[in-house]
Design a protein around this ligand. Structure first.
Ligand code: AMP
Length: 280
């Protein structure tokens, strides 16, 4: 049986990591694991001799008004799932381990962090890139695994790795969905039954936009309008943004001629959900 070792401090992490067979794969998470996270662990197990998973609900990527304290946690269940999935080492740093009182260094990726999630959640990506840098420096993985669910996050991290000469390969994995299309997310647990049903507008609007694209639609505004109309027709949904952007630069498009990222953030009741798909 696979044995998962759990560590908290940086010293414990470094010691345990040094004993792992190489190459090492890292899967950073905020816990409350679901099949989306486990698909990353599975891919990491296929591509690495040892898999390290971090669970850290990173305070610096949450705004004061965000759901940091309410964020769902179940460490015991997560550890059991990771042991079963084949991970070797679980790092669960406390906020004090990650951010000691004299902490004062930040990693800020400029352009690609600005639009979409960056615009709606000021400071979010600065928190993400700083904590991911700390995870990379501590664990020193050869590969790190991220979900396409957070498409801009994956793009920002790739940019950071290129810009700062980090010697880690970034691997992204497709979005894992519930049977009815809802993208898996730890935040889905906030939804009551009516909201859970209403939350289908995200994937439905993406599917409608994708069909229009496949039927030949290339006007980005028309594609955005298709998504907006479906979301706005749902009384429990409040649209924050829809985007049809260039896949590489994340700049909004007029005409879709290359690979494009369709993405959105939508409040269902008080729960903020994101989803996306890639065209072309
Ligand atoms: P989180 O715990 O939400 O920070 O997510 C940790 C990692 O899992 C990130 O790289 C996410 O993009 C990825 N992830 C979350 N949900 C999904 C999903 N439904 N499918 C694939 N990857 C996911």
């Amino acid at each position: 049986m696979n044995v998962l070792e759990k560590v908290v401090t940086l010293n414990e992490l470094r010691k345990a990591r040094n004993e792992l067979p190489e190459p090492v794969g890292l899967v950073p998470t905020m816990g409350f694991l679901h099949e989306g996270h486990l698909s990353l662990v599975k891919r990491a197990c296929e591509q690495s001799a040892s898999v390290v998973v971090s669970i850290f609900v990173n305070p610096t990527q949450f705004a004061p008004t965000d759901d940091l304290d309410a964020y769902p946690r179940d460490l015991e269940r997560d550890a059991a799932l990771l042991q079963e999935a084949g991970a070797k080492l679980l790092w669960v740093p406390t906020p004090e381990v990650m951010y000691p009182p004299d902490f004062q260094t930040w990693v800020d990726v400029e352009k690609i962090s600005q639009p979409l999630e960056g615009e709606k959640r000021p400071g979010h990506f600065r928190g993400v890139t700083t904590v991911v840098t700390k995870l990379f420096n501590a664990v020193q993985p050869q590969k790190a695994f991220f979900g396409q669910k957070d498409a801009q996050q994956a793009a920002v991290i790739r940019q950071m790795v290129r810009d700062l000469n980090m010697s880690v390969e970034i691997v992204t994995q497709p979005i894992v969905r519930e049977r009815d299309g809802l993208a898996m997310s730890s935040r889905n647990t906030y939804l009551n039954p009516a909201e859970r049903q209403a939350a289908l507008v995200l994937s439905k609007s993406l599917a409608a936009a994708e069909s229009a694209y496949e039927a030949g639609e290339r006007d980005a505004q028309s594609i955005r309008k298709i998504m907006e109309d479906i979301i706005n027709a749902e009384p429990l949904a409040r649209l924050e943004y829809v985007s049809c952007a260039d896949f590489e630069t994340l700049e909004e498009l007029e005409i879709i001629s290359n690979k494009a990222l369709l993405s959105m953030a939508v409040y269902i009741g008080r729960t903020r959900l994101i989803d996306n798909c890639v065209l072309g």
